[in-house]
Ligand binder design. Structure first.
Ligand SMILES: O=C1O[C@H](COP(=O)(O)O)[C@@H](O)[C@H](O)[C@H]1O
Length: 228
């Protein structure tokens, strides 16, 4: 599958500012239209500055509902946790009530956490906006090349990942099918280390990033260093 629409920015600062503005505008429009904004957060290092920019804009209130695309199975307060990074950079200082911030209970182990998160997602409709990153190998969330991505309609919403090639090996990931039940997917990709994977994606290689398509809009937000 070839690349979706791409927006390239000269540097990470311009990228983050434009993305934070667009995300806030999207939230406002969705809340006006439907009364809530269901947002799925990306993990890893790349989105940290975006979350800080959202904090600086005072983004988030009781209409926002936050989910995670994936989580690492380490202690709940471990610095490698995606939820810890997002809380520290943005959520803890936001007006989004804790009850609307749905961390994946990955400290329970991959299997139990995936089952619990799938249950929590029962009855939740399409996500409004899914933010995703991309690893150097083309993985997204914790869907890795050579592993099952949960692409079929009968796939569970959350998958247990037991042998991730990137540490830690135990993880939980939303399945491709659940990520695709979304109005918008925005990939945030930055830095020269991602350029080769961008090229492989563009050239049609089968990679996890290429398995994700939103119903309305799939966009890649890119800085120039990552552009193939
Ligand atoms: O392990 C993960 O990697 C990807 C990419 O992370 P980055 O540090 O290169 O930005 C991330 O999207 C995913 O959520 C994370 O768990």
């Amino acid at each position: 599958m070839s690349l979706p629409e791409v927006r390239v920015f000269p540097d990470p600062e311009h990228l983050v500012a434009a993305l934070a503005d667009a995300l806030c505008a999207e939230a406002e429009a969705d809340i006006r239209a439907r009364g809530s904004f269901h947002l799925v957060l990306a993990g890893g290092n790349t989105p940290r500055e975006l979350y800080r920019a959202l904090a600086a804009r005072g983004a988030g209130d009781a209409h926002w509902v936050v989910w995670y695309g994936d989580e690492r199975c380490v202690a709940a307060d471990h610095p490698e946790r995606n939820s810890v990074m997002a809380e520290m950079a943005w959520l803890a200082a936001s007006r989004i009530p804790p009850i609307n911030r749905h961390a994946i209970p990955a400290e329970c182990g991959a299997r139990d956490a995936a089952d619990a998160y799938s249950k929590r997602l029962e009855g939740v409709g399409d996500f409004d906006l899914v933010l995703l990153g991309m690893g150097e190998d083309g993985h997204t969330a914790s869907l890795f090349p050579g592993q099952a991505w949960g692409e079929t309609a009968d796939s569970a919403d959350a998958l247990a990942v037991h042998d991730s090639p990137k540490p830690p090996p135990e993880r939980v990931s939303l399945s491709a099918a659940r990520l695709n039940r979304s109005r918008r997917v925005w990939f945030l990709v930055g830095g020269a280390s991602k350029r080769e994977a961008m090229r492989r994606w563009r050239d049609g290689e089968r990679l996890p990033v290429g398995a994700i398509h939103a119903r309305t809009e799939t966009l890649v937000w890119l800085d120039r260093a990552a552009a193939p």
